[in-house]
Design a protein around this ligand. Structure first.
Ligand SMILES: [Zn+2]
Length: 103
């Protein structure tokens, strides 16, 4: 689905910023592949929503044949389809938590 052309706001209650990022994981059942969206958020709320996405990902139960990649951070761009969103890997590694850094 193409992104709507009207402004999209951060999913955090009380947050009035425009959403800049999408937290999503690529899901597939072997035939169809799509981005499963966990949240849309601004830069300030990114860490919260990324953590929430990873939590949902851990709880997700897949049926045989389904695959779900680790959640990623995608830069939202007006008018772009999910398939063409840019994944921002450097932000993900920065938010992976102290455990990843200590190793
Ligand atoms: Zn926000």
């Amino acid at each position: 689905m193409p992104m709507p052309s009207y402004p999209i706001y951060c999913y955090t209650d009380e947050c009035k910023n425009l959403a800049q990022y999408k937290i999503a994981a690529r899901w597939s059942d072997g035939v169809v592949s799509e981005l499963k969206t966990y949240g849309l958020c601004c830069e300030d709320c990114l860490a919260t929503w990324f953590a929430r996405g990873r939590e949902s990902h851990r709880k997700c139960r897949l049926i045989p044949g389904e695959t779900l990649e680790e959640p990623g951070i995608y830069r939202l761009e007006r008018g772009q389809r999910d398939q063409t969103l840019t994944r921002v890997a450097e932000l993900e590694s920065g938010l992976s938590g102290p455990k990843a850094k200590a190793e």
